[in-house]
Design a protein around this ligand. Sequence first.
Ligand SMILES: NC(=O)c1ccc[n+]([C@@H]2O[C@H](COP(=O)([O-])OP(=O)(O)OC[C@H]3O[C@@H](n4cnc5c(N)ncnc54)[C@H](O)[C@@H]3O)[C@@H](O)[C@H]2O)c1
Length: 468
Amino acid sequence: MSANALERHLALIGFMGAGKSTLGPEVARRLGREFFDVDQEIERAEGPIADIFDERGELSFRDLEAAFVAKACNRRQPAVIALGGGAVEGRELLQEFDVFAVHLAVDVDTAWERVQGSRRPLAREESEFRRRYDERRPLYEEVADARASDLEDIVLAAAGVRVALGALELLGGLVPGDGPVALVTDPHVGGIHGAAAQLALGDRLRSTHEVPAGEEAKTAAVVERLWRELRLDRTGTLIALGGGCVTDVAGFAAATYLRGIPWVAVPTTLVGQVDAAIGGKTAIDLPEGKNLVGAFNWPARTVIDPALLETLPERERREGLAEVVKTGLLAGEALWELPQQELVRRCAAFKAAVCLRDPYDRGERHILNLGHTFAHALEAAAAYEDVTHGTAVALGLRAVLRLSGRSAHVVDHLLAPKPVRVDRERAWAALQRDKKRGLVLLGDDGPRWDVQLPDDEVRRALDTLIAD
Ligand SMILES: NC(=O)c1ccc[n+]([C@@H]2O[C@H](COP(=O)([O-])OP(=O)(O)OC[C@H]3O[C@@H](n4cnc5c(N)ncnc54)[C@H](O)[C@@H]3O)[C@@H](O)[C@H]2O)c1
């Protein structure tokens, strides 16, 4: 069973006062789903819960609750469902319906502060409230697929993403199931973090495989080598430890080996932690172009340990900063100003939400290409050699900010990209091919992804990114 809510209901469970009804609608909005609050639905149909308790007793309330939970879970479209604090007592129901349950944790003092004096039948007396809290807490832990304490955490949990300092050391327990695993990494990352990963995987680890560092890993020959070296059966899981190149190639190998086995992404670059390891796109390159062969293959889990970025060379960090700025612009928040761990968490949650809304890239997910239409054109004109992806994205962001009528100050200030020396006509030809799907621009009420602008306006914007 995958450890995410992709195409499954997401149930919020937790004690009363945890914030399920408050956060639920916002989680649903972020995931592009309907919200169903079991307690509210009961009250709408049957009157106040306090009256049901008083008049019919707790047992008959629990029956009613089970019927409403079943009704919510029977919806065809995956929804976000807030369960009443006691609904987990009927936990067979959650197991019967294929529901991904997130425990929204709260400490008992905060919970009591939030609910005391309300009409909730079980919040009338503090000692009884605390007794129920102690009684139910282990139940939530037992039933939950993941635990969260705020909105971002819930979205990350829904995507199967775990962000925590020191998460690498916990890797063994974070790989779903208990079957054997194979580790794929590159020589740089393997040399620095490989031993810690091996230790964490313990005796589940069957083999370790090295792929070349950087884009050289993303070839059909490397995938074939992995297919032939792997000794896992279908109970096995592939673990990708590295930057976007390692997660792309290993994720693709996992999609195809034995017709598909689960994989876990452990991104070690900023690009990987805020972008490449989230959302299930995997790919390798062909001589004809980048990422031309691949698969949608959502990782069974993504384990993000921001501490791994400590060893990342500055050059690679700057590559990631361009994606951070892109994410902040899309989110409409200066995410780039946050301390590193929170920056990673917020950017990862943003990407996770977009990808959960559009897992197969059929519409809105295209917004993640902000600035990339120009970037790809510059990279193609330079035959991917002289222009780094980060510089190309930074220049692309500058162009789309100007085309959106916005200041490009943040790009100039944080990324300071210099125009690149590439052939103008080749860049224009590449851009025309790419822009058929429309440009992504920033509108007053958020990003738009299907904008068609007159050729001369786009050409002028491109020309400003190219040096003579
Ligand atoms: N699948 C997606 O959705 C997606 C999204 C964005 C990018 N990508 C892909 O990601 C790739 C780029 O990934 P990247 O920027 O992470 O580069 P990368 O994987 O090539 O890693 C960059 C370099 O940093 C080294 N490195 C990685 N982590 C390190 C660490 N913690 N300490 C020291 N060195 C470390 C690597 O060995 C490598 O030499 C591209 O191929 C791109 O197409 C994929």
